[in-house]
Design a protein around this ligand. Structure first.
Ligand code: CP3
Length: 360
């Protein structure tokens, strides 16, 4: 694999053998290969997860019971030995603790029972106190740290304010984002006060996850790219920056990863958030992504999840292409979005096998 691509880290320092590969890679230390994990690596493409779904049909139960959260988080760890083990949970999990009742319904996705559109509804949104509302998250992370024992990094995650607000205002998943845009463009004050509540709450949630064992935390702003760049600068960027600044003050060593789907038009603005790692989708060439983000930001992602429906040769080729273009160091191999339902498990196994056999 070529090491001389533009933007690759110059003169990497020696690796820290006691830390997981993923943390060393993010910090720009000298690693022998890129660490690898996959977004949605626990989930419906796995037979073992489907077995749990039959026994516990409620997503909320599966994601809010410590034993189930630990068991599901460890399912891909046991089979594929990824370099990152992400907590099994959802970006919407904090909502009930914020007085926003929701469910995740099979075949339909997230449902918010009383979508927010007025100032008085925003007033009723409570700030999130993780230790009171989601103690099972802290307990699960603590157990995961012991189980994984630094052989991989335990990853936490939160939803970003705009993306959370999009679910809460639209009432669920959305195609045109017309309700949140109506709010943004006709009553921006109401949206800003909702975004500020999510900002304070999610900064606190990241700190809580780190204090209970998360070794890096990914922020999902999946739908921020529905905004034009000027609107991203108003409704997403300042809140992301505020979360990152707050967490950097209390937890300066904690790597923060930012993912937005379709972020190719926003990369330079995303770099302004101060995040440590940017997770790219597949609409940007990895070499362009590296160049546009510069040498200080680590990069993740980029392989089209659809590639996992292709042949083993195709999967191998695409891994090699992205790794070569990312250059040596400061790279986490991952998909450009979550694994799609129906992906053959053996192709996921092949992805990990190839990834773990790479050598710079
Ligand atoms: O990556 C992992 O393995 C960790 C688990 C995880 C889940 N959701 C579990 C889940 C993570 C990191 C998420 C994040 C999440 N949730 C995001 C951001 C990532 C992205 O995809 O952009 C978003 C937007 C959500 C909201 C959400 N939750 C949606 C849109 C859905 C899908 C609905 C569906 O039926 O496909 C969910 C449900 C959900 N969260 C599932 C899983 C595994 C699927 C439902 C199930 O397993 O029963």
């Amino acid at each position: 694999i070529s090491c001389s691509l533009p933007g690759a880290v110059a003169e990497p320092k020696a690796t820290n053998a006691t830390e997981p590969l993923l943390l060393n890679a993010v910090r720009g230390l000298d690693v022998e290969r890129p660490p690898v994990w996959l977004m949605r690596q626990a989930g419906r493409y796995m037979k073992s997860y489907q077995v749990i779904c039959e026994k516990y049909p409620s997503f909320r139960e599966r994601s809010e019971n410590v034993d189930l959260v630990v068991e599901i988080s460890l399912q891909p760890w046991k089979v594929f030995k990824p370099d990152g083990v992400i907590l099994f949970s959802d970006i919407l999990t904090p909502l009930s603790g914020m007085n926003i009742p929701f469910d995740i319904v099979k075949g339909k996705g997230p449902v918010i029972f009383d979508p927010v559109h007025s100032a008085s509804q925003v007033d009723e949104v409570r700030e999130f106190i993780p230790e009171d509302s989601v103690p099972y998250v802290g307990e699960a992370l603590t157990i995961l740290r012991k189980e994984v024992d630094n052989k991989a990094a335990v990853l936490g995650f939160v939803g970003a304010p705009f993306t959370l607000a999009s679910y809460v205002v639209e009432g669920g998943s959305s195609k045109h984002f017309s309700k949140i845009k109506r709010l943004a463009f006709s009553e921006p004050k109401i949206l800003h006060s909702l975004l500020q509540k999510f900002t304070t709450s999610m900064a606190r949630y990241i700190q809580y996850q780190a204090d209970n064992g998360a070794q890096a935390v990914q922020i999902f702003d999946s739908w921020a790219t529905e905004l034009s760049p000027v609107d991203f600068e108003q409704f997403s960027l300042p809140y992301l920056k505020q979360i990152i600044d707050t967490v950097k003050k209390s937890h300066p060593e904690l790597p923060l990863i930012l993912y937005a789907s379709g972020s190719g038009g926003l990369l330079e603005r995303i770099a302004l958030t101060g995040v440590d790692v940017v997770s790219l989708d597949w609409t940007v060439d990895m070499a362009d992504g590296r160049r546009r983000l510069g040498p200080n930001i680590a990069i993740q992602g980029n392989v089209d999840p659809g590639v996992l429906f292709g042949s083993k040769e195709l999967i191998t080729d695409r891994i090699n292409d992205t790794v070569r273009k990312a250059g040596r160091g400061k790279h986490i191999l991952n998909l450009g979005h979550g694994i799609v339902v129906g992906t053959p498990e053996e192709n996921v196994a092949h992805f990990f096998e190839v990834a773990k056999g790479l050598k710079y």
